[in-house]
Write a protein that binds this ligand. Structure first.
Ligand SMILES: Cc1cc2nc3c(=O)[nH]c(=O)nc-3n(C[C@H](O)[C@H](O)[C@H](O)COP(=O)(O)O)c2cc1C
Length: 168
């Protein structure tokens, strides 16, 4: 079978983004440490659980994203799952800035990786594999610790933030 890329099918990228955005997700801030130990983080909704035994998760980062070099250099990261009160925090971490952590309360976790106080759930991981994924790099992480408050999650769907409606 021939390898085929999206361009072989002439997909309209704006429409494809809209289609992918139909999948409702939670919102995370993925954190690590950068040069000189500086905290690094970005908003990411590509997070997914993968395996219980061994405990594995994945997420992906765009190849043009400035934070990428920090994730390549550091061997661990944390998934901070945001609660429904954290829309502005998500926006802060989705906007390029010299100091994304301004006004953000956090504590150092394993290997000094920043853990956000406001997170509903924190999953600390050792990077197990970096896998090419088109215009993204996929990070497979082995879970080494976690903590869960049970706060309700922030949701992302069709380009908008939302909160959970009634459970059915
Ligand atoms: C809800 C939401 C989800 C996002 N998910 C991802 C993602 O999974 N991977 C990614 O590379 N960028 C994602 N982004 C975009 C990054 O957060 C944004 O490009 C950010 O500025 C990258 O950080 P940096 O500029 O400090 O490297 C997302 C943005 C939003 C608002």
């Amino acid at each position: 079978m021939n390898a085929q890329t999206a361009s072989d099918f002439s997909f309209d990228q704006t429409e494809l983004r809209r289609v992918f955005g139909q999948f409702a997700t939670g919102v995370t801030v993925v954190t690590t440490r950068g040069d000189g130990g500086a905290p690094v983080g970005l908003a990411a909704n590509s997070f997914s659980s993968v395996s219980l035994d061994p405990p594995l998760v994945l997420w992906s980062i765009g190849l043009k994203t400035p934070s990428l070099s920090a994730f390549r250099q550091h061997s661990s990261f944390a998934i901070n799952i945001l609660c429904d009160q954290s829309k502005s925090l998500a926006q802060q971490f989705a906007t390029p800035s010299e100091d994304k952590f301004a006004g953000i309360e956090w504590q150092p976790g394993l290997n000094g990786v920043p853990l956000l106080d406001a997170a509903a759930t924190v999953i600390q991981c050792a990077t197990q594999a970096r896998i090419p994924g088109g215009d993204h790099e996929i990070y497979l992480g082995r879970v080494v610790d976690f903590c869960n408050t049970g706060k309700p999650p922030l949701v992302f769907h069709a380009g908008n933030f939302a909160t959970l409606g009634d459970r059915i």
